[in-house]
Design a binder for this molecule. Structure first.
Ligand code: PMT
Length: 406
C-alpha cells in the first residue's frame, strides 16, 4: 500500500516527539519515501539527525532555508505528499491550522497540501478537554482533516486522562487505512486466526505454533480496504486490528460454534486458524499429579471440521481454506480442496522456519477449485494478505456475474 508513496511526517514539540521515530521506521519498513518536517520546539525534544538517519533525507525545520528552498521548496513538499501525518500534534499546531495561521514550515506545508492529513494529538488532559481546543479540533474534522483520539492513561505531566499519543503502530495502521483503496466496501469478511487450545487439565493443553499473524494480516487488510470484518481468534498475543470486530475463542469447539453462527452473513471466509484436529475425550477437573495419575496415554476424539462444515452449504460465499503441510504439499493440498468444498486452498510449508508458523513472511501455493494453481513468491504476510483478498474478491465477483447471467 505504501511502496513508493511519499509520506510527510510532521513532528511538534512535545514529550511524545521521540515516538515519531518509531512511526517513521514503520513507514520506511513499508517502503514509503519519508520526509520529516519538525517545528523548532520539536528539535528541543529529539534531534533532527535521528530522523535524517531513519529517512535518508534532510529534515526540514525552517520556512526560509535558502538551500532547502532551492532543492525542495515547501510547496513542492506539500505537492509531492501522498499522505501527511502529524505526530505528535500539539494544541498549538491544531489551533493554528484551524484558524488559518501558517507561520512556520509545518503549518504552511499542511495548509498547502492536497494530500489527506492525519493528526495524532498529544497533550495535557486539561488542554485536551479545553473547549477552545475541542472547537479547533472540530473545525479541522469539519474541513476533512483526520484526527485520532489520544489514549487515556498516565501523562508525562503527572495528570491521568486523555492526552497520550496513540501507539505508533496504531497511527501507522490509521495512515495506511486512509490511503487504501476502498474496493471492498460492502463486503462482509469472516477470518479465523491463531491456534486453538484443547485442555487436558486446568494447567495443560494441546495446541500448535500458530501466532495468528497470517489471519490478522488478512483481517487488517480487509478492514483497510473498507470491508466489514469479523475475526474469530484463538489465543494470540496480537492486538485486535483497528476497525475489526474480534471474537475470542479458545477451543476448536468454540471456534466451530462462533464461525457457523456468523457464516451465513459472510461473503468471504478465510480459515487461516490452525485448528486442533483432536481434543482429549475428557478434561480432568484438577491438575493431574506426577506419579499418581497415569499420563502415559491421553485418549483423544476428533474435533468438528469447521472448514468442511462451511463447505457443505456455502451458497454464494467464497470459502478460502489453508493447508499447513510438512511434506507432499501439492498432493495434500489438492486432497483438502476436494474434501472440504473450498473455492481456494492456500498451502504453506510449515516445516520451514522462515515462513508459515510465527514468521513475518510466507510463501504459498494457491489451489483453485476450477483446477488452476499458482505459486506466489515469498513475501510479507501483509502483502500476501492483499493478494489473497484480490483472489477472493475476483472469485466472489465472478460468482455474482455467473449468477446474473443465468
Ligand atoms: O498464525 P501464523 O503463525 O501466522 O501461521 C500461519 C499458518 C501457518 C497457521 C497459516 O498459514 C495456516 O496454514 N493455517 C491453517 C493451519 C491448519 O490448520 O491447516 P490444516 O492443513 O491442518 O487444515 C486445513 C484447513 O482446515 C485450514 O483452513 C483449517 O483452518 C481448517 N480446519 C482444520 C481442522 C479443523 N478441525 N477445522 C478446520 O476448519
Amino acid at each position: 500500500m505504501l511502496k513508493g508513496r511519499t509520506v510527510i511526517v510532521g513532528v511538534c514539540g512535545g514529550i511524545a516527539a521521540y515516538k515519531a521515530a518509531e512511526l517513521v521506521r514503520l513507514f520506511r519498513r513499508a517502503a514509503a519515501e519519508v520526509h520529516v518536517i519538525m517545528t523548532a520546539s520539536a528539535t528541543e525534544f529529539i534531534a533532527p539527525l535521528t530522523f535524517q538517519t531513519l529517512t535518508g533525507n534532510p529534515v526540514h525545520v525552517e520556512l526560509f532555508n535558502l538551500i532547502q528552498e532551492r532543492e525542495i521548496g515547501h510547496i513542492s513538499l506539500a505537492d509531492r505528499a501522498d499522505l501527511f501525518v502529524v505526530a505528535p500534534a500539539t494544541a498549538n499546531l491544531i489551533g493554528k491550522v484551524a484558524n488559518g495561521i501558517a507561520d512556520d514550515l509545518l503549518t504552511t506545508t499542511i495548509m498547502a497540501t492536497r494530500a489527506p492529513v492525519l493528526l495524532a494529538p498529544a497533550m495535557n488532559v486539561n488542554m485536551y478537554e479545553n473547549p477552545i481546543y475541542q472547537s479547533n479540533q472540530q473545525c479541522l474534522l469539519d474541513h476533512g482533516y483526520q484526527v485520532m483520539e489520544p489514549v487515556v492513561g498516565e501523562l508525562a505531566c503527572g495528570w491521568e486522562g486523555a492526552g497520550k499519543l496513540p501507539d505508533p503502530a496504531d497511527i501507522f495502521d490509521e495512515a495506511v487505512r486512509l490511503l487504501a483503496p476502498k474496493d471492498m466496501r460492502g463486503l462482509r469478511v469472516l477470518v479465523t486466526a491463531g491456534p486453538t487450545r484443547e485442555e487436558i487439565d486446568p494447567v495443560r493443553y494441546i495446541s500448535n505454533h500458530s501466532s495468528g499473524k497470517m489471519g490478522y494480516a488478512i483481517a487488517r487488510a480487509a478492514a483497510w480496504r473498507g470491508a466489514d470484518v469479523t475475526l474469530v481468534s484463538g489465543p494470540t498475543c496480537l492486538p485486535a486490528p483497528r476497525g475489526v470486530r474480534r471474537i475470542d475463542v479458545v477451543s476448536a469447539e468454540q471456534m466451530h460454534r462462533e464461525v457457523l453462527a456468523l457464516a451465513d452473513r459472510a461473503d468471504l471466509v478465510f480459515k487461516a486458524a490452525a485448528v486442533a484436529d483432536y481434543r482429549p475425550v475428557s478434561r480432568a477437573q484438577a491438575k493431574l499429579k506426577k506419579g499418581r495419575d497415569c499420563l502415559e496415554r491421553i485418549d483423544l476424539e476428533a474435533n468438528p471440521d469447521i472448514l468442511a462444515d462451511l463447505g457443505k452449504n456455502k451458497g454464494r460465499m467464497v470459502l478460502v481454506g489453508f493447508a499447513a503441510e510438512t511434506d507432499d504439499l501439492e498432493k495434500n493440498a489438492a486432497a483438502k480442496l476436494a474434501a472440504k468444498g473450498a473455492d481456494l486452498i492456500v498451502a504453506n510449508d510449515v516445516s520451514r522456519g522462515d515462513i508459515g508458523f510465527d514468521a513475518d513472511q510466507n510463501e504459498v501455493r494457491l489451489f483453485f477449485a476450477d483446477g488452476r494453481n499458482e505459486c506466489l513468491e515469498k513475501m510479507d504476510k501483509a502483502e500476501l494478505a492483499d493478494r489473497l483478498l484480490d483472489c477472493a474478491v475476483d472469485l466472489f465477483r465472478a460468482g455474482g456475474d455467473a449468477g446474473t447471467s443465468q
